[in-house]
Design a protein. Structure first.
Length: 146
């Protein structure tokens, strides 16, 4: 088994909308937890050297933004509260395509394959929730004028 996670998807949205979903706390709070039953709180200071905190019910992950290149790339550290594990590294690369936006998500630096597999079980449903958020019908101001 591998000690890295790599997820590649073409998302049904513009690169700006996908980047916003990764960087705006109000949007992150709608998808950035694998379990929709848990209360999700997000604080994010999205700039190189800025920090973030994500509370997923009793589980808290935090880190620092290492690279911020809007709207193409985010790199940040990832560390769970209450563990002695070394921080891992998440990279998100976004590229415009004819069908939307290609997202390449890499999460590296795990101590062992089991830890990577456990995180993969979290990322997979999170990415599905991201797709649902991006697919949600956006209000049409012209149609909503009553």
């Amino acid at each position: 088994m591998d000690t890295e996670i790599r997820i590649e998807r073409v998302l049904p949205a513009t690169i700006g909308r996908v980047y916003d979903a990764w960087t705006r706390a109000d949007l992150l709070a709608q998808w950035y937890c694998p379990n929709p039953e848990l209360e999700l709180k997000v604080q994010a200071d999205v700039r190189t050297g800025g920090s973030y905190v994500v509370e997923m019910g009793p589980h808290v992950v935090r880190g620092t933004y290492l690279e911020v290149d809007p709207p193409h790339r985010l790199v940040f550290s990832w560390k769970w509260d209450g563990t002695e594990d070394e921080p891992t590294r998440v990279e998100v690369e976004l590229t415009e395509t004819l069908d939307g936006t290609r997202m390449l998500l890499s999460h590296t630096g795990f101590a062992n394959a089991e830890d990577a597999a456990n995180h993969r079980m979290g990322w997979d449903p999170e990415v599905l929730r991201l797709v649902e958020l991006l697919n949600a019908r956006r209000p049409d101001p012209a149609a909503d004028r009553g």
